[in-house]
Design a binder for this molecule. Structure first.
Ligand code: FUL
Length: 479
């Protein structure tokens, strides 16, 4: 008797566990490092080096080291500004195209060690690593493969030099969240030709910092979005085909932006853009306006990409107060827009559930779970019943990307006062986060219909917000 009970109990437990099994992943999925990076949403870029002092954007590599002499350098200020205004890490130009190393590399004499700054005893990476750790944010390093100073550039030996430099920055400064490989090369037709050993470079990163996300035109951790104006396209896949390409020999800007539907590798887009016109601090330049920064936020974070916003320290080695003030305004605006979810208290209903664990109510932002559509549901629908009329102009959708990116076409309707469903907006991809900018609408119901998906949608949340900052020229919907 006891044996039979035990058997029945075991069968029931197995059945229950079976029902609660999560959906299988579709296609390529992010690594834990990529997931963490995607969730970081905004990182700060700091272009700093000899160019800061010469006013050039691309140094020639023969600038005197004596130029590098910031008078009040304080990486704690950079890290404080970054953390307080919502950035998850700082990616610093440890070596730009001029070859100048912000750390005392033993592979070069064109470094801080040969500059007057701190009498050659300084190390920007060391100070920045300590400052970022102190503020609880990450640190990433930009290392330009193109080097206009290294005498060995253009010979196989340079690959060893570059890998050696990589080894130094990746083993001497604690955890590195992102390794940035720039694809630019301005050598021109008669210039030096370097055949880069990407296998060596990438494996050096993988060995020394296995969780670091590697940026280049084509990943492998994340890809360039294809422009420097802060815009990912409306339709943005985190997947890409890289066969035949490498950093510096990238697919078209169009493909970099859109990614490849059904692409073979998980290589999401990163949007790098400067808060000023130039990458390096230049006298007489001013930061972008708040409206421009908000627009960039919507066209990067709001389109399944991560924003890498460049905020270049000035000649003193401090973030310019004009820039930090603008960032405070930006943070204040984002907080005021995204701290009141108009879908709080909503009732979610769906046309199907994959199983009882992944049910509709998980779509509420407050739940950590997700909703998965049933396998046989060819056009899954989410109904959002709002407790009373709610007014909003931003809809935020998130896929649970650990299961792959799936949705490729959806429409959203709202419940009009006469009880009919009226078209509100439509979209293509979602990914980690999709923010739809719609005219201000007051309604008690929304209906989201997924027309096409590569696999049944797995949606993490649906949230609604009100952005009063962007209202200029935006018309509310007539009822
Ligand atoms: C480009 C570089 O040439 C620019 O100077 C800057 O560093 C930008 C982020 O990447 O490829």
């Amino acid at each position: 008797m006891r044996g039979a009970k035990l058997l029945i109990g075991t069968i029931l437990a197995v059945v229950a566990a079976g029902c609660a099994r999560p959906p299988a992943a579709y296609g390529p999925v992010p690594t834990p490092g990529q997931l963490r990076w995607q969730e970081s949403e905004m990182n700060m870029f700091c272009h700093f080096g000899p160019n800061t002092f010469t006013g050039k954007e691309w140094g020639d590599g023969d600038e005197s080291e004596a130029l590098f002499n910031p008078t009040q350098m304080d990486c704690r200020q950079w890290a404080r500004v970054a953390r307080q205004t919502g950035f998850s890490s700082i990616v610093v130009t440890a070596k730009h195209h001029d070859g100048f190393c912000l750390w005392p590399s033993k592979y070069s004499s064109h470094t801080v060690a040969h500059s007057p700054w701190k009498e050659g005893e300084g190390d920007v990476l060391k100070e920045l690593a300590a400052a970022c750790a102190g503020e609880g944010i990450g640190m990433g390093v930009y290392l330009s493969p193109w080097d206009r100073n290294a005498p060995s550039y253009g010979t196989p030996e340079y690959n060893e030099v570059f890998a050696g430099m990589l080894g130094e920055v990746l083993s001497g400064y604690g955890e590195i969240s992102e390794q940035w490989f720039d694809g630019a090369n301005g050598e021109g037709p008669n210039g030096k030709r370097q055949k880069y050993d990407w296998e060596l470079f990438n494996s050096t990163v993988a060995k020394l910092q296995p969780d670091a996300v590697i940026f280049s035109d084509v990943g492998p951790g994340c890809r360039w979005v294809g422009n420097e104006s802060g815009v990912a396209p409306d339709s943005c896949w985190a997947t890409l085909n890289t066969k035949g390409f490498e950093p510096g020999k990238a697919p078209s800007a169009d493909v970099l932006g859109h990614g490849n539907r059904k692409g073979k590798e998980w290589i999401p887009a990163e949007v790098d853009v400067s808060i000023r016109n130039s990458w390096f601090w230049q006298p007489g330049e001013h930061p972008k306006t708040l409206a421009e920064l908000l627009r960039i936020y919507y066209t990067s974070v709001g389109r399944n990409a991560v924003l890498l916003l460049n905020v270049p320290p000035d000649r003193r080695g401090l973030i310019d107060p004009e820039d930090s003030l603008r960032l405070v305004e930006f943070r204040t605006a984002l907080d005021s827009i995204f701290s009141h979810n108009m879908a709080d208290g909503a009732r979610f209903e769906t046309s199907s559930d994959y199983n009882h664990l992944y049910r509709a109510q998980n779509l509420a932002l407050a739940f950590d779970g997700f909703w998965a559509a049933g396998k046989a549901d060819s056009e899954p629908v989410i109904n959002v019943e709002l407790p009373e009329g709610r007014t909003f102009n931003r809809i935020v959708l998130q896929e649970a990307i650990a299961f792959g990116q799936r949705v490729e076409n959806f429409k959203i309707e709202y419940l009009a006062p006469d009880g009919s469903w009226k078209a509100l907006t439509s979209g293509s991809t979602i990914g980690h986060k999709r923010i739809l900018q719609i005219p201000m609408v007051t309604t008690s119901g929304l209906r989201i219909t997924f027309h096409r998906s590569l696999a049944p949608p797995v949606i993490k949340s649906v949230a609604l917000y009100r952005d009063n900052y962007q209202m200029d020229g935006e018309q509310p919907l007539g009822e």
